[in-house]
Structures are given as structure tokens and as C-alpha cells.
Design a binder for this molecule. Structure first.
Ligand code: C5P
Length: 398
């Protein structure tokens, strides 16, 4: 399974470093070629000799060999690797990875690596549970780093809790799963998809605007999933704070009208579209060019309808894939059915704000897929998993 795979095993300064010996042995046994990079502190926990013997290659720690000045190129290491696996990964290394600190060979290699990256955290339970560590892990995950979750159990400190590094056998299984995921067939190769995502912003004056709670997370996850399966993806995005997913081209828009123009333009060349954005239905009739001043009277802002992007694409569908969303608070399925027909969609992904964990802001969603044959309800899952379900459904349309 790991035959011929190039794996850089990064070892950091944790007591769990002793398990890296077994991990290295297992990876080599599975056919992987392993090069070990240790942080300077890691040498205090396990000897370079042990790791060199098991990996059958000299260990790398410094930027250059102090005896002969030979340079250890993090760039070529990064290029060589099919995976950078950091096990154990300390809180310190995880923090440096999130901020881009590059003060040892392992961290410079991380920044140069084009390969998959996986980390197996190991630390005391309080360090692991600390908001800083949790946020760092969430950031790394968002950037595509695979997190191999620590197990709960007795820790070196004598305390019992979550923080001990996953067992080497489990890490190897997860490494295999990560490779298997990456080698999945690119089923959407050659297909061009557009995805709208996030909230639009309708200006009232130079200071104020009308918007909504959408974060764009669901649409971004769909764009990422489509790209993972080989599609060429243009993500037409409202304002969000999310990073651009790997392999996706983002087109930034602000108002419903901007988004409409971008979507209509991109639709000409597209094979499919997923309309995930929370588009304003109304926009101010006029935008004041100076800040509106308050007075003692009430104020009225006159609004006019915006154009419905999904409906416009649906009217020019020509056999292409078109998926819409429906966020409802009541009468959910009937409303979603209405959108399916009115906007000429292939299916509608329904979220109900009545379901806990669904809809805005969170990382989870509970979706029901409504098409002309009926409704398919799915359990609560992460938005990434929901994206995979939605893209699976798209693939059945062909
Ligand atoms: O009609 P409603 O806004 O509830 O429909 C939601 C679906 O229509 C979503 O897929 C949304 O992205 C899309 N939509 C759109 N343009 C609008 C309004 C909604 O594309 N102006």
C-alpha cells in the first residue's frame, strides 16, 4: 500500500518520540522510503542513531552539516516527499506551523512541502485542550493538514486525558487512508464548475450596508471537493474571511448585482453550477454618496428586488447541472420543492434552521437533498462531509 511512497517523518521534542521508532519501522515495512528530520530537542528523546538505523538513511537536524558544510536543502526535501508526517507533533511545532515560524529544518521543510502533510499531536491534556492549541489545529485543518487525533489515556505526567500520540499502527492506517483519498479517481476531470458562496453586501451609504449571517463555509467546502475530484472550479464569493481552497480560482464580489454579473458571465463556459451564496433579495434603491445623518424622525430605506442568479442560470440551463440551496425556517420541504421547479434546478440542498447544528456559522450541517424523485435526509455531519455527499449526488446526474 505504501510501496515506493516517499515519506518525511518529522520528529519533535515530545516523550512520545520513542514511538517514532516503531512508526518508522512500520512505514518501512509497508514499503515506504522514509527520511527522518528531527528538531534539535527531539534528539533528547530518541537518538539519531536509532532513527538512522531504522530509516536506513542519515538523520537530518541542522540546516547544514557542521563538519563539511553540506547544505540540507529543505526545498528539495519538500519536493521529494509524497507526505510530510510529523509524529509526534508538539504544541510548539503546531503553533509555529500556523504562524510560519521557520527556525529549524523541519519547519522550513513544512513551508516548502508541496506534498500532503499530516500531524500526530502529542502533549499533556491541558496543553492539548488549550484554546490556543485547538485553534492552531483548526487552522491547520482548514489549510488541508490532516490531523491524526491523539488518544485518551494515561499521559507521561501521570494525568489521564486526551493528548497521547495515536499508536504507530493507527498512524500507519491513517497514512494509508490519506494516500487512498488522494488517489481517488479524478471523476470530474475536464469539467468546469462555478460555485457561489457567502453573503452579499448591499450598500446604503459609504458606511452602512445590508448583509446576512452566511460565512461561506458550505460553498467553500463544495468548491474544494469539486476541485479535489479534478474539476476546474471558479468560486464566486461574497465577503468572507475564509482562505481560498486549494486548486480553486476565486472571483471576489460584493453586491448581489456583482455576483449576478460574474455568475452569468462564467455560466457561458461552465458545465455546472452550485448556488450556495446567501444573496440579498433586496437592495437600496439609491446609495447615498455621503454618510446619512440621523435626525429625530424615523427613517425609511426604499428597497428594490435583486435579480435571482439561480433562476437566471436555470433559464439558460441547456442540460447542464444546476444545484441550489434552500435555508428555511418553516414549511421546509414544500418551499424547497418550489425552488426546484421555479429555478429549474436538478436538486435542492435543504437546511432547516430548526435543526441544531445546521445552517450558518458552524462547521456542521444537516442536509436534506430534494429532487424530482423525493427527499433524501442525511444525518448531522461536518460541512466537508456534506460537500462530499452533495458532489456524489452531482456525479449521479450524468
Ligand atoms: O429563493 P431563495 O433565495 O430562498 O433561493 C435560494 C437559492 O437561490 C440558493 O441556491 C441561492 O444561492 C439562490 N439565489 C440566487 N440569487 C438570488 C437569490 C437566491 O442565486 N438573488
Amino acid at each position: 500500500m505504501l510501496n515506493g511512497k516517499h515519506i518525511i517523518l518529522g520528529i519533535t521534542g515530545s516523550i512520545a518520540a520513542y514511538k517514532a521508532a516503531m512508526l518508522c519501522r512500520l512505514l518501512v515495512k509497508e514499503g515506504a522510503e522514509v527520511r527522518v528530520i528531527m528538531t534539535p530537542l527531539a534528539k533528547q528523546f530518541i537518538t539519531p542513531l536509532t532513527m538512522a538505523t531504522l530509516s536506513k538513511h542519515p538523520i537530518l537536524v541542522e540546516f547544514f552539516n557542521p563538519e563539511n558544510g553540506e547544505w540540507n536543502s529543505h526545498v528539495s526535501l519538500g519536493e521529494w516527499a509524497d507526505m510530510l508526517l510529523i509524529a509526534p507533533a508538539t504544541a510548539n511545532t503546531l503553533a509555529k506551523m500556523t504562524t510560519g515560524i521557520a527556525d529549524n529544518l523541519l519547519l522550513t521543510t513544512y513551508l516548502s512541502a508541496r506534498s500532503k502533510v499530516a500531524v500526530a499531536p502529542a502533549m499533556d491534556l491541558d496543553m492539548y485542550a488549550h484554546i490556543t492549541t485547538q485553534q492552531n489545529l483548526a487552522t491547520l485543518k482548514e489549510r488541508g493538514v490532516a490531523i491524526i487525533e491523539p488518544a485518551a489515556g494515561e499521559l507521561a505526567s501521570g494525568l489521564v486525558g486526551k493528548g497521547r500520540m495515536a499508536e504507530p499502527e493507527d498512524i500507519v492506517e491513517q497514512v494509508k487512508a490519506i494516500f487512498a483519498e488522494g488517489e481517488k479517481k479524478k471523476t470530474l476531470e475536464g469539467k468546469r464548475y462555478i460555485v457561489t458562496a457567502g453573503a452579499t453586501i448591499e450598500r446604503i451609504d459609504p458606511v452602512r450596508y445590508i448583509t446576512n449571517h452566511s460565512t461561506g463555509k458550505m460553498g467553500y467546502a463544495i468548491a474544494e471537493e469539486l476541485a479535489k475530484r479534478g474539476a476546474e472550479v471558479k468560486l464566486i464569493s461574497g465577503r468572507t474571511t475564509l482562505p481560498i481552497p486549494q486548486g480553486v480560482e476565486r472571483i471576489d464580489t460584493l453586491s448581489a448585482e456583482d455576483m449576478y454579473n460574474a455568475a452569468v458571465r462564467e455560466w457561458r463556459e461552465a458545465d455546472g453550477a452550485v448556488m450556495c451564496a446567501a444573496v440579498a433579495d433586496y437592495t437600496p434603491v439609491t446609495v447615498a454618496d455621503k454618510k446619512l445623518k440621523k435626525s429625530d424622525d424615523d427613517m425609511r430605506i426604499e428597497l428594490r428586488r435583486t435579480k435571482d442568479i439561480a433562476k437566471e442560470l436555470g433559464a439558460n440551463k441547456e442540460g447542464r447541472v444546476l444545484v441550489g440551496f434552500a435555508l428555511e425556517t418553516d414549511n421546509e420541504e414544500a418551499n424547497a420543492q418550489g425552488k426546484l421547479v421555479r429555478k429549474n434546478l436538478d436538486f435542492v440542498v435543504l437546511n432547516s434552521l430548526r435543526d441544531a447544528g445546521a445552517g450558518f456559522r458552524g462547521d456542521t450541517n444537516k442536509i436534506t437533498i430534494i429532487d424530482h424523485n423525493g427527499a433524501e435526509e442525511h444525518p448531522l455531519m461536518s460541512k466537508r462531509e456534506a460537500a462530499a455527499v452533495i458532489v456524489d449526488k452531482i456525479e449521479t446526474l450524468k
